[in-house]
Design a protein around this ligand. Structure first.
Ligand code: ADP
Ligand code: MG
Length: 765
């Protein structure tokens, strides 16, 4: 009995009136996210139908959407494989056959011979003459519509007529204040007359004289206004978050040796790179300096420059929020390590989070290799860890003994308590979802504020933000900030090998600073890319044999193992078996996402160690894996991969001095040739090795929505504006946002609320 759930209390007469259950269409509205009047008002038509006029059959052509009236001259049910209702309509200028495969008796009655009716539908040709399939039927003679009829995106269970009424009602009730001061609108010759209310009213009820083309291609002033408003909201919200961050405090991660020297010495971004290298790295940062000295290579100029950008940022008492982008193999890891070294030098903790276990393991090995000899304890955390080890790691992290922590998203889980986290680095940040990035920021903020308070209590040189070695804020501004600060956050460095094209960066990452490594380390031979039809697989396998004979290693990547057999992908297992047979005496490994983590690690270890010559895998190796001896990458069913993904995979080779190649095996299946976008992707891979060019093409092929992935998905997406097409509006919004925030803060806030409501947070992740 005790296990039984308590019945829900019955509503008493005094309680709130019972909530009426939602009707089907109401539920469907919810499903579309159309809850508030403003949501409905912003639900834009897909297209319009013209019910404002009648046409004559003599004037119509095949493919026209037509509305006409006439007399039914014939009506019969016929069995042509299937029961059909066939109706002949005569409008005095010609006849048209109306065909219905399903119909109610009432409809049949309305379509009886002799009735005058009005029909609307698409005219088709065919050997029976002009035909309409399932036209909309009404009695003739009714009033004609005065506006074009909008057709909305909808879902099952939500008829257009219901949705139309709901949208009109939403439009009538939505508050649509004019939030943009007219003088701003003049800047891009938007007429203040076309305010939101008028624009939306028009787009839901356009007059028949309007150019349908201007509605369709969104060049109409009403559309321009809508897009300008949306972009302004986006820019305002990002600017707000940038300014909010500027009010936060962060530990100042500068050298304890030169005090407030490095900032002054390094100066502005225009400072010569040589100076940055000499002053910032060799003279001021003992740990960073020692790390540099032990590296088996010299930093490239680009690496030196971004390290300077980062170290300048983290020396300030304001949280850094920086994206480090650089093509695959550009050497981002060492930049991260140097930033971490500066952080640890100042006596703080640093965390590095990677999207996969394999990558985390590899970072861990690399960083331990670099930092352990320098006396640094590196902890590590992943989901697959044994409880005992995990407990030890958590203790190392909480006590502060581990000054660097490397791991997967296990780093942001509840139990993890940092001692004094000051710098968080996220590798391959685009692989983390919006939710994870938000979680990280929230978690870090909490932990850091606890840390901040601990130091306040210790009263280091009277500053809450002194590091353990007592680096006090060096200027008055910092002191004031500390006083009035709203909170404390660590510095955040995000890294990505998928560069974001400029327009997107301006739009979606406007609250980020961006550092770019635009140069590869020297001595890399460019990768030769080949596109090869799957029928020539045997030749490719023979080539693998040659490579192995030269002591090289090979990746062979297959599409994911799918549940559905219908997809008929040659899966990794089959290929593994095939290669094992074809290459006797060669160690061929298999790696896929469904394997237990320990097994994955063992396989990866054998490949990294050089014992394994060929690694067949699914895309688990896509991100970050670094085995310089691998010189051939074969991608099977390359036509199924996205462009950025192909480029990332290709970047796994060409990391050493040996000539490297990437073979894109493709198959057309039953089709005579590849689809257009697949062809465009493979062509882009042939055309260029440059990650920025690849990103630009990828954006072109996929469009901004797809390209941005999770960040842009769902509610956070720009619904109306297109950052490439509407570049002039984006440019305007970027210029107006700071002006408006300063001159009209209340209107700015109202504008953001109207457009983004509670979603603004989401955009900032
Ligand atoms: P990514 O930017 O893709 O993360 P990695 O950090 O994995 O690239 O670096 C790729 C390889 O290049 C690694 O083996 C790394 O040690 C090496 N590397 C990094 N910087 C340099 C450099 N300046 N000169 C030579 N090799 C470098
Ligand atoms: Mg990397």
């Amino acid at each position: 009995m005790q296990n039984q759930r308590m019945p829900a209390p019955l509503p008493t007469p005094s309680s709130k009136p019972a909530v009426k259950p939602l009707t089907g269409p109401q539920k469907a509205l919810r499903k579309l996210g159309l809850n508030r009047p403003i949501d409905l008002a912003l639900h834009m038509p897909l297209r319009y139908e013209d019910e404002t006029s009648l046409v004559k059959l003599r004037d119509v052509r095949e493919g026209d959407a037509a509305q006409l009236e006439g007399v039914v001259t014939h009506s019969e049910v016929k069995l042509i494989g299937h029961r059909q209702l066939l109706v002949t309509l005569d409008d005095g200028t010609g006849t048209c056959l109306l065909r219905f495969f399903t119909y109610y008796p009432s409809q049949q009655k309305a379509l009886a011979t002799g009735n005058r009716i009005r029909v609307r539908g698409e005219i088709r040709g065919g050997f029976a003459g002009l035909t309409m399939m399932h036209p909309v039927v009404k009695p003739a003679g009714g009033e004609l519509a005065t506006a074009l009829t909008p057709v909305y995106p909808t879902v099952a269970g939500l008829p257009q007529t219901y949705l139309r009424r709901a949208v009109q009602a939403g439009l009538a009730r939505a508050e649509l204040p004019d939030t943009i001061p007219p003088q701003y609108l003049h800047e891009i010759s938007l007429q203040p007359l076309w305010n939101m209310r008028k624009a939306l009213y028009f787009l839901h009820n356009p007059t028949p004289d309007v150019s349908l083309a201007a509605l369709q291609d969104h060049s109409h002033p009403a559309w321009q206004r809508l897009k300008a408003e949306e972009l302004l909201a986006q820019q305002l919200s990002q600017l707000q978050s940038r300014r909010a961050r500027a009010r936060l405090r962060a530990p100042m991660l500068a050298s304890s040796v030169l005090g407030d020297g490095p900032l002054a010495a390094v100066g502005g971004a225009a400072q010569a790179q040589a100076t940055a290298r000499d002053v910032n790295l060799t003279a001021t940062q003992p740990l960073a300096q020692r790390l540099l000295a032990t590296l088996p290579f010299q930093l490239t100029d680009a690496q030196t420059r971004v390290v300077a950008e980062i170290t300048q940022d983290i020396a300030r008492p304001v949280p850094m929020h920086r994206l480090l982008q650089g093509d695959v193999g550009a050497g981002k890891t060492v930049v991260a390590a140097l930033a971490a070294a500066v952080c640890m030098d100042a006596g703080w903790q640093c965390a590095l989070m990677a999207p996969t276990e394999i990558l985390a393991t590899q970072h861990f090995a690399k960083l331990v290799g670099w930092l352990h000899p320098l006396g640094i304890t590196v902890a590590w955390l992943t989901g697959s860890q044994k409880t005992k080890e995990r407990r030890e790691m958590l203790a190392l992290i909480a006590s502060g003994q581990a000054r660097l922590v490397v791991g997967t998203h296990a780093l942001i889980q509840g139990k993890v308590q940092f001692h004094k986290l000051a710098l968080a680095i996220i590798d391959e940040q685009h692989r983390f979802g919006v939710a994870q990035r938000l979680a990280l920021r929230t978690k870090m903020a909490l932990d850091a504020s606890a840390t901040g308070e601990a130091h306040l209590a210790q009263g280091h040189r009277g500053s809450g933000f002194a590091g353990p070695q007592g680096v006090a804020p060096s200027d008055g501004e910092a002191a004031t900030r500390n006083e009035s600060a709203a909170g404390v956050e660590p510095h955040l460095l995000m890294m990505t090998a998928t560069p974001i094209p400029r327009t997107l960066a301006m739009s979606f990452y406007a609250d980020l600073d961006v550092s770019t490594i635009d140069e590869l380390p020297p001595g890399r031979t460019p990768i030769v890319t080949k596109v090869v039809h799957d029928t020539r697989r045997d030749e490719v396998i023979a080539r693998i044999g040659d490579q192995i004979a030269q002591g090289r290693q090979i990746y062979w990547v297959c599409p994911l193992i799918e549940e559905s057999e219908a997809l008929d992908l040659t899966n990794a297992t089959e290929t593994h078996a095939q290669l094992s047979t074809a290459l006797p005496g060669v160690m061929v490994g298999l790696l896929h996402s469904r394997m237990p983590v320990l097994e994955k690690k063992a396989v990866m270890g054998q490949f990294t160690g050089g014992q394994m010559a060929v690694l067949v895998s699914t895309t688990v190796i896509e991100v970050g894996v670094d085995v310089p001896n691998a010189s051939l990458m074969v991608i099977e069913h390359a036509e199924r991969f996205g462009l950025s993904q192909l480029h990332q995979l290709r970047g796994r080779v060409g990391r050493g001095a040996a000539a490297s190649a990437c073979v894109l095996l493709y198959s057309t299946g039953d089709a005579p040739r590849l689809g257009e976008t697949a062809r465009a992707r493979l062509k882009a891979m042939l055309d260029t090795n440059d990650g920025f060019e690849i990103a630009r093409r990828d954006l072109e092929i996929r469009g901004p929505g797809e390209f941005m992935g999770a960040r842009q998905s769902g509610d956070a997406m720009l619904r109306f504006a297109d950052v490439t097409e509407d570049a002039h509006l984006l440019d305007w919004a970027r210029r107006m946002a700071p002006v408006m925030l300063d001159a009209h803060p209340a209107l700015a806030e109202q504008h953001v609320q109207l457009w983004l409501g509670g979603k603004a947070e989401f955009l900032k992740a």
